[in-house]
Design a protein around this ligand. Structure first.
Ligand code: NAD
Length: 357
């Protein structure tokens, strides 16, 4: 396995491998860029089949966080960590404390948050060994509701605002009444997004691999159940991938019948070139790292008490950022994902120049 020559390495600042003899912890922390501030990113626990797969995942996710935070104008860099193991079988308090010690060794360059396979309560266990943990404080959230650190409500709201911006741009309408939306994955984020959309009058089709999730969306929101095979290919206005990454690829893109792709899942494009493929087909793609930044925006306010309305307005600026990306994409005749990366890179350069004085 190569590291510096790894295809996903992309100028990472730091990569650490942590092992704990007593608990068997095997974890990796990747820090992509700290020009704008400490690298905040989730700690994912997953039973990777190979170490290569874990390294690839942590590098890709960590880079994504740099771009996400820069586009959302946060004073944060990009980083991520992974624990190799099954959350159901291998997660113990001792292992999480060992992860906390590993995070602590970096002295705050990396700050861990919740991710798939870890929960707010897991992060609280890590907090026993390091202060460099985020998304664990109970407070009033952006929506005025009590909040326990789970970023999903903010991510779902930001994604909803992003869908509105995409609809305004692509379909020229301000309301969502009767808008047809297919949602793949109705978990923490997808379900809440579905609820916002239903409240705004949209008609929903949903698919989830877990029956219980699917039933909740059907029973509580009146969504129409769709099969795994059909959910991506329904003739709808908006397709919202909210389950897993790499759903937009050579096989799926030619078969899409949507006008817009706007969902919360990370790394929706299987390869960077799929951005161009969507653009050529006239499908408006809301870049994932732009539209799903609500959670990180919310977490960024954790240590500086702020009026919920201010946080909410920051999340709502996701809509303005997307509109700017769509406009530039049309003007410069370039796909939206590429424009989003360029805008984030401009912001990183500004931060690096400012830091050098
Ligand atoms: P989650 O695990 O709560 O929900 C994901 C749902 O997708 C689950 O209900 C699962 O059963 C379902 N699913 C899995 N594979 C599927 C498939 N092949 N087809 C249909 N459904 C499938 O996760 P979440 O927190 O809702 O996150 C959803 C996506 O959004 C993930 O890609 C995540 O990385 C991304 N994201 C989440 C946040 C956040 O705040 N939670 C922030 C940014 C990005």
């Amino acid at each position: 396995m190569t590291v510096f020559a790894h295809p996903e390495f992309d100028r990472h600042e730091h990569l650490s491998f942590g092992h704990d003899r007593e608990t068997g912890l095997r974890a990796i922390i990747a820090i992509h860029n700290t020009d704008r501030g400490p690298a905040l990113g989730g700690c994912r626990m997953f039973p990777y089949s190979t170490e290569e797969a874990a390294v690839r995942d942590v590098l890709r996710l960590s880079r994504g966080m740099t771009y996400k935070s820069a586009l959302a104008n946060l004073d944060l860099g990009g980083g991520k960590s992974v624990i190799i193991g099954s959350p159901q079988q291998h997660k113990t308090e001792a292992l999480l404390e060992a992860m906390g010690r590993f995070v602590d060794q970096l002295g705050g360059l990396y700050v861990a948050a919740e991710d798939s396979g870890t929960s707010v309560s897991d992060l609280r266990v890590m907090r026993r060994r390091t202060e460099h943990v985020a998304g664990i404080t109970q407070r009033i959230g952006f929506d005025g509701e009590p909040y326990d650190g789970d970023p999903s409500p903010a991510t779902a709201y930001g994604t909803f605002v992003g869908v509105q911006a995409a609809v305004r741009y692509q379909l020229g309408r301000d309301d969502l009444e009767g808008l047809q939306v297919a949602i793949q994955g109705v978990g923490n984020v997808g379900y809440r997004l579905a609820r916002h959309l239903r409240d705004a009058g949209a008609r929903l089709w949903v698919h989830d691999v877990r029956d219980i999730q699917m039933e909740r969306a059907v029973d509580e929101l009146g969504a129409i159940p769709a099969s795994a095979e059909e959910i991506l290919y329904l003739p709808v206005d908006v397709l919202a991938p909210c389950a897993l990454g790499a759903v937009l690829d050579d096989a799926s893109i030619p078969r899409l019948r949507t006008r817009i792709v706007a969902g919360a899942a990370n790394n929706q494009l299987a390869r960077p070139r799929h951005d161009r493929m969507l653009w050529r087909r006239g499908i408006l793609y809301a870049p994932d790292f732009a539209i799903n930044a609500g959670g990180i925006i919310d977490i960024s306010y954790e240590r500086k008490p702020t009026e919920p309305a201010v946080v909410r307005r920051h999340i709502e600026r996701i809509g303005d950022t997307l509109t700017e990306l769509f406009d530039r994409s049309a003007k410069e005749r370039l796909p939206t994902g590429l424009i989003a990366e360029r805008l984030a890179e401009d912001r990183l350069k500004e931060a690096a120049t400012a830091a050098r004085g």
